[in-house]
Design a protein around this ligand. Structure first.
Ligand SMILES: Nc1ncnc2c1ncn2[C@@H]1O[C@H](COP(=O)(O)OP(=O)(O)OP(=O)(O)O)[C@@H](O)[C@H]1O
Ligand SMILES: [Mg+2]
Length: 224
């Protein structure tokens, strides 16, 4: 359960008895109208916001019960997050924004740089690696943010409207990359108000008035 109280207003119940289990190797898509609570759900799962009740369990560990700093470490190690508003640091170049994720990775610095460049190339933004976020288009920022989220190959990947700023071709590249993460064994959760990711999903849910309902079954697009 999660509710918000605006100053002077009655509390709004944004999440209410939501139960979502995403096995490794699967991509779950949560659809819902604007304001239905999709970002809130992802923020709670991603340990960015506390809920008033319920648990978040990642890889068998009840991470919602950990203290703040342990949660921060768990987030760095296990969770990749593609934010709806990208949240790139304006004082860092595109490349250094991607490398932010490497702070938690047990991998050599040079190796992280090589991998970061590979990802930027894969998503067509390598020529923009030295640009600062204000010098990038919205779609370029979204792709850089995606590179940052997947740099460490996180076992749990959370993506908030990951194609929201992209043209069809780049949107397909991102959806295929999300699928590839699931194929490689990650649990992937995508939230969106657009249905363009339905074909990439193993399971589809709808957020309605704070509740999560199973959506239409997909046409067998899951991994075998
Ligand atoms: N910090 C907050 N304080 C008060 N209300 C909030 C807060 N954050 C979100 N809300 C409200 O909670 C509801 C759900 O917001 P949320 O961002 O989860 O929606 P969403 O489904 O992601 O929408 P969108 O598709 O527009 O991104 C909205 O009605 C919003 O106004
Ligand atoms: Mg949202």
């Amino acid at each position: 359960m999660k509710s918000y109280r605006a100053p002077g207003g009655a509390p709004i119940r944004v999440l209410d008895g939501v139960d979502l289990a995403v096995p490794r190797g699967r991509l779950a898509l949560v659809l819902g109208a604007s304001g239905s609570g999709k970002s809130t759900l992802l923020n709670v799962v991603g340990l960015l916001e506390d809920a008033e009740g319920g648990d978040v369990i990642v890889g068998g560990e009840r991470v919602s019960a950990l203290g703040r700093s342990a949660q921060g470490r768990a987030r760095g190690r296990y969770i990749g997050f593609v934010f709806q508003s990208f949240l790139l640091l304006p004082s860092l170049t595109a490349l250094d924004n991607v490398l932010l994720a490497a702070r938690y990775a047990r991998r050599a610095r040079l190796d992280a740089r090589r991998r970061a460049r590979e990802l930027l190339a894969e998503f067509g933004v390598l020529e923009r690696q030295a640009h600062y976020p204000p010098q990038l288009s919205g779609g370029e920022q979204q792709r850089v943010a995606f590179c940052r989220a997947v740099l460490n190959d996180p076992p749990l990947l959370l993506a908030d409207e990951p194609t929201g700023n992209l043209d069809d071709a780049n949107g397909r590249v991102i959806l295929e990359a999300l699928r590839a993460r699931a194929r490689a064994g990650a649990a992937v959760v995508v939230v969106s108000h657009r249905a363009d990711a339905v074909g990439a999903a193993d399971a589809v849910y709808h957020m309605r008035e704070g509740r999560l309902e199973p959506g239409p079954s997909t046409s067998g697009g899951g991994p075998s």
